[in-house]
Design a protein around this ligand. Structure first.
Ligand code: SF4
Length: 521
């Protein structure tokens, strides 16, 4: 039991073959009390959620709801080893995300025809995909923009590694190909299994990233339109998003999507609200830039899962629409500056500076914490956090209203994942090597998501360039939502093998090298 960073052997906390750990971490009186108080807040959020009869009904109606029992365990995994400012940054982010997801679930079940069945509320709901930039909702303050896929599949896998397996199997039994990306496949499986809440005036689907997501959307929109009677708009954003000649087309798609929402909800686009949201998006961008700037120095502050999970939520799902995230951005920046001035570090030893590239495995998001604690590899930034830094027009003028349409188009084209997996060599390959130089990184951890054709096709090109530049390139294969293909230990072993055989290093914390966590959440 140690107050000092790095004194504990974190592997000893795991129960072999168990779901949860043996005990909570002792972080010294102040940090342990803080952590415990945040644990109480999380339990309070969950308790408040379960007070409503419709949510209890939903808990037994929807299979994936059981995963939410693991919320406290997920937070424990991401706070592993953290002290002081790092612990507070993590809780500021995670607690807000938990609160936001609880509100999302509450709203879904309020409008859901099977549980709350509030028909007036349902008329004000616009459904969006899980992996969709919500920019077209920035000017509709009276509407609720809700994603069913976020809580049923995306968050579920973060909570419980086995959450998506059932739905992947359902989709394949239905006849969908087994080599499709498990993310859209699981989302389609939820729809085929009739396990998604049914509500909404209309839905906006986006050609998010790839053939897999188009396939998933096809299955889901069929049920929405033909069985549930919910009209769906297909927002087809161009994939060659860096080219000037596609921008007019992209802008027209935004105009069409807004007109579609107005038609089906009876609401009017509100420019005042849009520009308020744009200001918040710009503020979030400036904060992220500041954090990344610090990560270029020997004293990175907001990195690893503290950067990745929060950016994914704030950039895409929130997109300036919720003021609480601006407050969180401010607090995180303050804590980061404080730690930076004191030249603080989050672990006892930093050995390597790494850029994490490719699409990460969702059943093992705390891998970034493990990298740091086990091998001293500092995950400075990751592909999904390297998103648009363009500032949006934020003053309401006639010219800016036209610019705003292009800004929303740009954001939609530059959603997380698609801004790198599509758009050509420059965004996926060339910029990676620019980042390694800017961040002074000696290592690239390259997630090789085996069902993502966008990335696997460039395997050799990554290797050639890494060799030329003298960067250690470590491939880590996984299957995104499906730990049956490559387990968490299978992921760890790829790093362990590289570090022992190529780097000839010993782990900082040997107790983490092999963990029997196959059964854990
Ligand atoms: S990980 Fe790859 S295959 Fe899966 S949704 Fe993203 S781009 Fe598509």
């Amino acid at each position: 039991m140690a107050k000092e960073i790095g004194k504990d052997r974190f592997g000893d906390f795991y129960k072999d073959g168990g779901k949860v750990r043996k005990r909570r971490e002792w972080r010294g009186v102040e940090d342990t009390l803080y952590d415990y108080s945040r644990w109480l807040v999380i339990m309070g959020t969950l308790g408040k959620f379960m007070m409503k009869p419709r949510n209890v009904k939903a808990f037994f109606r929807y299979r994936w709801m059981a995963n939410y029992l693991a919320v406290p365990m997920m937070v424990d995994r991401h706070t592993q080893g953290l002290r002081g400012e790092y612990l507070r940054i993590c809780h500021t982010e995670q607690d807000l995300i938990i609160d936001d997801v609880a509100k999302l679930l509450d709203n879904l079940f309020r409008g859901d025809r099977r549980t709350g069945n509030d028909t007036e509320f349902s008329k004000k709901v616009v459904l969006v995909d899980e992996n969709e930039m919500t920019a077209v909702m920035m000017g509709f303050p009276t509407l609720k923009c809700l994603s069913r896929e976020t809580p049923s599949t995306y968050v579920s896998v973060l909570l419980n590694q086995h959450a998506a397996e059932h739905y992947i199997d359902v989709a394949q039994e239905f006849g969908l190909a087994g080599d499709v990306c498990p993310m859209p496949e699981a989302e389609a499986g939820v729809s085929i299994d009739d396990d998604a809440p049914v509500l909404g005036a209309c839905a906006i689907q986006c050609n998010t990233t790839c053939d897999g997501s188009l396939l998933g959307n096809g299955v889901i929109s069929r049920r929405l339109e033909l069985e549930d009677g919910i009209p769906v708009f297909q927002l087809a954003a161009p994939l060659r998003h860096r080219e000037d000649d596609v921008q007019e087309y992209a802008a027209q798609e935004i105009r069409n999507a807004i007109a579609f929402i107005e038609k089906h909800t009876g609401e009017k686009w509100d420019w005042k609200e849009y520009f308020e949201c744009a200001k918040r998006v710009n503020y979030a961008t400036r904060c992220r830039q500041e954090w990344l700037e610090m990560n270029r120095t020997p004293y990175p502050q907001v990195f690893g899962s503290n950067l990745a999970l929060y950016t994914e939520t704030n950039y895409m799902a929130i997109c300036g629409r919720i003021a609480a995230f601006e407050k969180a951005d401010r607090k995180i920046s303050k804590l980061a500056r404080q730690a930076y001035e004191k030249k603080k570090r989050a672990a006892k030893e930093y050995r390597h500076r790494a850029i994490i590239w490719g699409v990460q495995s969702h059943y093992y998001m705390d891998f970034l914490v493990w990298l740091l604690n086990c091998w001293g590899i500092v995950p400075l930034t990751d592909m999904l956090s390297m998103v648009s830094t363009r500032e949006l027009a934020e003053t309401d003028t006639p010219e800016n209203r036209e610019t705003a349409i292009y800004d929303m188009a740009w954001l939609t084209e530059n959603m997380i994942m698609r801004n790198r997996t599509h758009g050509g060599y420059k965004v996926l390959l060339d910029e990676l090597w620019e980042f390694t130089q800017q961040f002074n990184a000696d290592m690239v951890i390259l997630w090789e998501h085996m069902s993502c054709k966008a990335l696997t096709g460039m395997h050799g090109m990554f290797e050639d360039r890494a060799r030329e530049l003298g960067i250690h390139l470590v491939w880590v294969s996984h299957d995104l939502f499906d730990p049956r293909i490559i387990s968490r230990q299978g992921v760890r072993d790829q790093i362990n093998n590289y570090m022992r055989t190529v780097m000839r290093e010993e782990p900082i914390d040997p107790s983490l090298e092999v963990l029997h966590d196959e059964e854990s959440w």
